[in-house]
Design a protein around this ligand. Sequence first.
Ligand SMILES: *[C@@H]1O[C@H](CO)[C@@H](O)[C@H](O)[C@H]1NC(C)=O
Ligand SMILES: *[C@@H]1O[C@H](CO)[C@@H](O)[C@H](O)[C@H]1NC(C)=O
Ligand SMILES: *[C@@H]1O[C@H](CO)[C@@H](O)[C@H](O)[C@H]1NC(C)=O
Ligand SMILES: *[C@@H]1O[C@H](CO)[C@@H](O)[C@H](O)[C@H]1NC(C)=O
Ligand SMILES: *[C@@H]1O[C@H](CO)[C@@H](O)[C@H](O)[C@H]1NC(C)=O
Ligand SMILES: *[C@@H]1O[C@H](CO)[C@@H](O)[C@H](O)[C@H]1NC(C)=O
Ligand SMILES: *[C@@H]1O[C@H](CO)[C@@H](O)[C@H](O)[C@H]1NC(C)=O
Ligand SMILES: *[C@@H]1O[C@H](CO)[C@@H](O)[C@H](O)[C@H]1NC(C)=O
Length: 460
Amino acid sequence: MATFLLFLLAILSLLPFSLSVITMQPSEKETLFRVMDSMSSDRVWRVSNPEPCSPGQSWPGIECKTGTDNYLHVTRLDFGFGLNPSCMQNATFPPLIFSLPHLQSLFFMNCFCFNQRKTSLSFPVLNESSPNSYNSLQQLSFKSNPSLTGKIPAEISFLKSLQVLTLSQNNLSGNIPDSISTITSLIHLDLSYNSLTGTIPAQIGQLRNLAGLDLSYNSLSGTIPASIGSLGQLQKLDLSSNKLTGTMPEAVRSLLDLSFLALNNNRLSGKLPNGLYQLHNLQYFIMDDNPMFVPLPSEIGNLTRLQELRLANSGYSGSIPVSFTWLTNLSTLSLENNKLTGEIPVGLTNLGKMYHLNLSRNMLNGVVPFNAGFVKRLGRNMDLSENTGLCINGSDGYYERADVGVGLCGDHGSSTGTGLMENESNSNSGSITNSGFCQFRICSNVMVVLGFWAFYCYLL
Ligand SMILES: *[C@@H]1O[C@H](CO)[C@@H](O)[C@H](O)[C@H]1NC(C)=O
Ligand SMILES: *[C@@H]1O[C@H](CO)[C@@H](O)[C@H](O)[C@H]1NC(C)=O
Ligand SMILES: *[C@@H]1O[C@H](CO)[C@@H](O)[C@H](O)[C@H]1NC(C)=O
Ligand SMILES: *[C@@H]1O[C@H](CO)[C@@H](O)[C@H](O)[C@H]1NC(C)=O
Ligand SMILES: *[C@@H]1O[C@H](CO)[C@@H](O)[C@H](O)[C@H]1NC(C)=O
Ligand SMILES: *[C@@H]1O[C@H](CO)[C@@H](O)[C@H](O)[C@H]1NC(C)=O
Ligand SMILES: *[C@@H]1O[C@H](CO)[C@@H](O)[C@H](O)[C@H]1NC(C)=O
Ligand SMILES: *[C@@H]1O[C@H](CO)[C@@H](O)[C@H](O)[C@H]1NC(C)=O
């Protein structure tokens, strides 16, 4: 008992001592409080949390680490979601935050939400000899901040160690600065859901470490630069919903790790490059809504790992290649609203992982070749409507329960199908309005199909 008390005394006497040793530098603490005061009125931070890096005194959304100088330093700050500090209605972007010299991660989500105070990014030129986070920042994320407007400043290249840059779902405009290509440490670059214009900088090929590039839902024009072929580590490339023109560059041949490629809803046209068919890791190829107007290439059948193939609304002609029956892992095949002719390849019925098939609004003909198991499995996820030449063999009673939108062979009456007669001209399924500001929208908008979300988040 006595030894235990002694032990306790020893611990108690050490405790205040150890706390007093590891503390923050006053200047860093003052900078932190000034940032907190300008961002969040949840509390009077310097009163409620006078030693914000000390155990028991910090708040959700702050992380500190002990430096080699034996001081505690702020390494991470999160604002605007979950239990993290919420942002004041009139908060604006705090450039002062870059004066925190050990900051590694910075997150603002649902933060700059109120139209009365527009704000923009800025990276002040900081005196080399004064402390700043330009060399320490590894993750910078501004997500879903609709009042964050203006350009992405060229000075973003001050952030020499950045690995993750997310500026998604804000109201950013102007060009993507060329200087972004000098941040060669970048692994993930996400500028999606803004109003960016201009072309994709050709220098982007310098970002040799990129594993994920998402520029979707902007207004980028011009062609896809051939230099993307230099991004040999790329696993996810999403350039969908822009105004890109020209053909897919042959240089995609080099993207051997690519598993996700989305180019849908652009103005791309012409022949797909031979290099595409070398991408043996491709699992998602999403390219609907482009004015391609070429025969559907049989070489797509060589992409045997494909799980999702979407080429709807793109003017493809010719027949559905028999090689598509090699795509044994395919779960979604979306070819609606093209100019496809001929019969449906019999072998498609053997694709045992298929759960979604849309061939509606083509000029296919002949007897629908699917067996009972296939028809049952797909159910309402199969749509063959508006192909005037297709028909169902009346002896195959199993079609009756599934409304696939096709009449019986020999019956020249009207189609039994749901015959979706929407009168919209080329409705733009992808257009996302900036409504519902400041809600958790991370993946919901891009979640075209189940599985997509898991994949997307896995890549992040
Ligand atoms: C922002 O609003 C808070 C009250 O919510 C007020 O105390 C503060 O002065 C305002 N700051 C600015 C810069 O307008
Ligand atoms: C940098 O800052 C130090 C101290 O704050 C100052 O003495 C020096 O003149 C500054 N240098 C420049 C180039 O501004
Ligand atoms: C986004 O920016 C545009 C102009 O750049 C502006 O008209 C619009 O109101 C902004 N949206 C929000 C939510 O601030
Ligand atoms: C596609 O696969 C076939 C059969 O495996 C092969 O002969 C052909 O060269 C391949 N084509 C391309 C473009 O890879
Ligand atoms: C199909 O998917 C399974 C499981 O994900 C995988 O093991 C297999 O290699 C894939 N097949 C092809 C041809 O990629
Ligand atoms: C198939 O595509 C059409 C557009 O042509 C769409 O209206 C319909 O809902 C789709 N059907 C299914 C089952 O996905
Ligand atoms: C319909 O199916 C029956 C039995 O499977 C077969 O004998 C007949 O030839 C088929 N008719 C057509 C038009 O394919
Ligand atoms: C479809 O649109 C055309 C003109 O674009 C119009 O004449 C026709 O009445 C519309 N049909 C329906 C069913 O709305």
